[in-house]
Design a protein. Sequence first.
Length: 327
Amino acid sequence: MSEKLLDIKNLAVHYASGKDTVKAVNGISFGLEKGESLGLVGETGAGKTTTALAIMGLVPNPPGKVVNGEILFEGEDLLQTSQADMRKIRGAKISMIFQDPMTALNPVLTVGEQICEVIHLHQNIPRTEATQRAVQMMELVGIEGSRYNDYPHQFSGGMKQRIVIAIALACNPELLVADEPTTALDVTIQAQVLDLIEKLKADFNTSLLLITHDLGIVAEVCDKAAIMYAGRIVEYGNLEHIYNNTKHPYTVGLFGSIPNFDENVRRLKPIPGLMPDPTRLPEGCAFAPRCPHATDRCRQAPIPVVEVEPGHLVECVLFEQQGVAGA
């Protein structure tokens, strides 16, 4: 039987902005097994990065605050963990690859020192041994160990991202959170970085939470996918569910926006409208103003979460007659 490593229950994160409250994450729940990969997909502003920051205990407070929920990691609620204990967990058991490698590295420290620091702090080994491990990690991600004393500005964007990956994996974490790790890179380097993440994940048996806009990346790297919209997970399942039995109108819209080279069409089919204002989310389904199937029922809370087939969850009133799994 698989063993659940991460279990998020009804997580809600809000940001106070003057007189308004930005409702970034609004009661999401999902789990991640040991060695499993989950892709968290959605438009900008869906709450993906805030979810990652909540897992890492890095939601800036103020203005951010976790207002509800649990984040269980190996059975322990990280939201009840002290800052001192979280510092021991971050980097050792849970690591994060940040979105922009240009700003993720300290410009006044050599790349080798930045990898070495993580190993030295978390594994309590002598500095000389930590330095040797740092060199090994550099070579593992395809950078010559002789560049240990080089500074971040001496590396290209793709090489900086490799250094960030080396830092994240230096202590063999059990969970790797990758926040759009290829966004700032060109297509060729993207492929190399994804191959590297996939190889290292397999070598270390690391669980992966991959945040991305790209459904193609999820299909290549992940075992499951969670589609996120306006701080809610609207569809969740394995790749067969999401790609071959798409249910939620938002997920259908995402796939409809992707160019299909097998069809000769004049225009793509974008999803009309914009994401709702997170300070004034509509009642009921947040996607209703953009949905071609919306009815008056869609504008009434609560919206049911329906298990349309084993393990395939959809938050939509179109399927509420098929058996509600939870709300």
